[in-house]
Design a protein. Structure first.
Lengths: 251, 409
């Protein structure tokens, strides 16, 4: 069985192994994935969106753009999620259109993050009014604007790093990984001394607490591409030695 | 308008109100089991002004043809308006739902309780309006309707064999078995009940066709038991784990059972029915555990709520919607409210309602609309300014949508 047939079979079976197969085939798989848009079972179309995201070729933008207006929300979400991971310039019109007009706030929120990967004057003009409001859509629009270099949005996020509520400082430090600009690292570095408990993890009835400094470690390692001697992930509560190591590496 | 009400100084007039409709045909029935087509309106107050009243969640399976979609029902109850008053229902916009009962253009019956049925058309929001006199008469009440298309959440079921020192069950004087005694059918039945509860909120848990029964966990403290407060939790969730999926583990006991020197028992047997960690805050090891003592699908629905990141209190005070963290009361925490609206909510801390035993008893607290001493399945839609446990639907849908992508900010 050749790769094309194998991918077609996996898609028709609704198997998520199709995502790995598509990755193996790379951009050559895009025509097959494009043809899946006409298939009736929505699971096939949903998996096709994941496949395009795994291939990560901007030439697959039209497939993801079509996914945004699919008749099934699982396909729409899959398309939006992939568009929020990296830049697909060919999907700019669709992203901005659905960002403004999707009946689902959930999709709009994801697409605000997708817009942050698509620098253009139109993107900025679309995001600015959304960022002025309250709620998750406004927050994501501000993050996208910050990623696109908007000074006011960046200043707003930097200000939130000093917010009174620990959770706000914690969340903002995490959001700076999406913004992805190493020049913001000095602002985050100040939080390495912030030991306030911010986010319960683990069991509700026996929680452990991630502190603001734990999130700062994650973000600094990401932004500065630091090589540290310990595992880094969102469930770690770091020791004093580990935090000190990050302080020294970012000094 | 035929409202007859004695008024001294001032009085709030409530001509009509909406309520859950447990029975598909009889609008006088006020209590009944969980039903995907009988959602509970979030009727906590009149705010925000954009909503103006209660909010009704409606589930939508977009893969089902319009004519085959089930009807969602809600009762309209006359409070201060006379039964003789002619009432009509209309829609602000017909893009999200269509009215199927009463027949469009006809008046509601002249009874105290009336049935209204809707069919989901498309994702979106609208208002169901109650008009007096005719379909163009004045609007005397309205209900916001929010249509939620179904987001699929994949569930990988596991029934692991847990090897360790046998622990004698005092009830049977035999050791707990190494593996859950649940059948595939009973596991599917639990998930089915969770789906009944979550349908109006647009979440569907899709259990894999094959339930994994081959996984083996060795060197646990006790046979057939997972001590969720130890590393055994993460060791279990790593077993045959499927990424970006709800991994659900069905085990005989979630406990440790060790007797401490002071005579107390750490993490006792037969206490923890289910447990789960949030996929949002524990993106690597999140998981769901259900013990063999869990009898109701409401348990799995509740724990799936935790997995989908509720309660999400930014100040970290609330453990459940009715309990707050208190170091003096480890575990479930301190009960801070127990009103009948709280008792209807899925994230209520307890699996059944405590009956009033001291006279005067209050039977309306024992049955809050789902049967005797049965906790409801409500997730909140509204955001009330001073409630830190609100917007549960938004949280669960957001977490569900994020489950198919890698963890990130």
């Amino acid at each position: 069985m050749n790769g094309t047939t194998r991918l077609e079979n996996l898609l028709s079976q609704g198997s998520w192994q199709a995502v790995d197969e598509a990755q193996r085939q790379g951009s050559a798989a895009l025509p097959i994935l494009r043809s899946v848009l006409a298939h009736e079972p929505y699971v096939e179309r949903q998996i096709a969106m994941k496949c395009v995201g795994r291939i990560a070729d901007p030439a697959g933008a039209d497939i993801l753009a079509a996914g945004l207006t699919d008749t099934n929300i699982n396909v729409r979400i899959a398309a939006a999620n992939e568009l929020a991971q990296k830049s697909y310039p060919g999907a700019l019109d669709s992203v901005l259109d659905q960002l403004m007009h999707s009946p689902e706030e959930l999709i709009q929120e994801i697409l605000a993050l997708a817009a942050g990967h698509l620098p253009s004057l139109r993107t900025i003009e679309t995001l600015r009014p959304l960022a002025a409001g309250a709620g998750d859509l406004a927050l994501n629009a501000r993050m996208a604007l910050a990623k696109l270099g908007d000074p006011a949005a960046r200043a707003s996020m930097v200000a939130d790093l000093a917010a009174p509520l620990p959770r706000t400082r914690y969340d903002t430090a995490g959001q700076l990984r999406y913004v992805g600009d190493a020049s913001l690292a000095p602002h985050v570095r100040k939080l390495l001394s912030d030991r306030a408990e911010a986010q319960p993890i683990g069991l509700k009835h026996a929680p452990r607490y991630r502190r603001v400094c734990d999130q700062a470690v994650d973000t600094l390692v990401f932004l500065r591409q630091l090589k540290v001697s310990f595992p880094v992930n969102l469930e770690q509560i770091y020791s004093e030695d580990q935090i000190r190591q990050v302080e020294q590496l970012t000094a | 308008m035929p409202i007859v009400k004695a008024i001294h100084k001032s009085e709030r007039i409530v001509p009509v109100r909406f309520a859950r409709a447990p029975d598909a045909n009889n609008p006088s029935v006020s209590s009944g089991p969980y039903d995907p087509n009988a959602p509970e309106p979030d009727d906590r107050g009149f705010l925000p002004h954009t909503t103006g009243g209660a909010v009704l969640p409606v589930g939508l399976n977009e893969a089902t043809a319009l004519a085959a979609r089930p009807e969602t029902r809600v009762r309209l109850i006359r409070e201060d308006i006379e039964d003789a008053g002619a009432l009509f229902v209309t829609l602000e916009s017909a893009t999200a739902v269509a009215i199927t009962v009463p027949t469009p253009g006809t008046a509601l019956p002249n009874t105290r309780e009336m049935m209204v049925k809707l069919r989901a058309v498309a994702s979106g929001k609208t208002h169901l309006e109650v008009r007096f006199g005719s379909t163009t008469g004045p609007i005397i009440h309205r209900l916001q309707v929010v249509v939620h298309p179904l987001i699929d959440v994949r569930v990988a079921g596991h029934v692991p064999t847990i090897n360790g020192v046998p622990f004698i069950n005092p009830a049977t004087l035999t050791p707990f078995p190494a593996q859950s005694t649940r059948t595939d059918a009973s596991i599917r039945a639990l998930v089915d009940t969770a789906n009944v509860i979550y349908f109006p909120y647009g979440i569907r848990f899709v259990l894999d066709a094959l339930i994994d029964r081959v996984g083996v966990l060795n060197n646990f403290k006790h046979q057939g038991m997972v001590d969720d407060e130890s590393t055994e939790f993460n060791r279990t969730t790593a077993l045959n784990r499927v990424q970006n999926t709800v991994n659900a583990y069905f085990v005989p006991q979630i406990a440790d059972g060790t007797v401490l020197p002071n005579g107390t028992v750490r993490n006792p047997i037969n206490r923890t029915i289910g447990v789960a960690t949030s996929a949002k805050t524990n993106p690597i090891n999140f998981g769901l555990f259900v013990s063999d003592i869990a009898a109701s699908g409401q348990v799995i629905a509740h724990e799936l709520g935790h997995l989908l990141n509720i309660v999400n209190d930014p100040t970290n005070e609330f453990l459940h919607i009715n309990t707050k963290t208190d170091p003096a009361i480890p575990g479930t925490g301190r009960v801070v409210r127990d009103d009948i609206v709280t008792r209807r909510r899925l994230m209520y801390a307890f699996t059944s309602l405590r009956r009033d035993t001291t006279p005067p008893t209050r039977p309306y607290r024992d049955d809050v609309g789902y049967g005797d001493r049965t906790v409801g399945g409500v997730l909140t839609i509204k955001q009330l300014d001073n409630d830190k446990t609100d917007q549960e639907v938004k949280d669960v849908r957001k977490t569900a949508a994020g489950l198919s992508r890698p963890p990130g900010p």
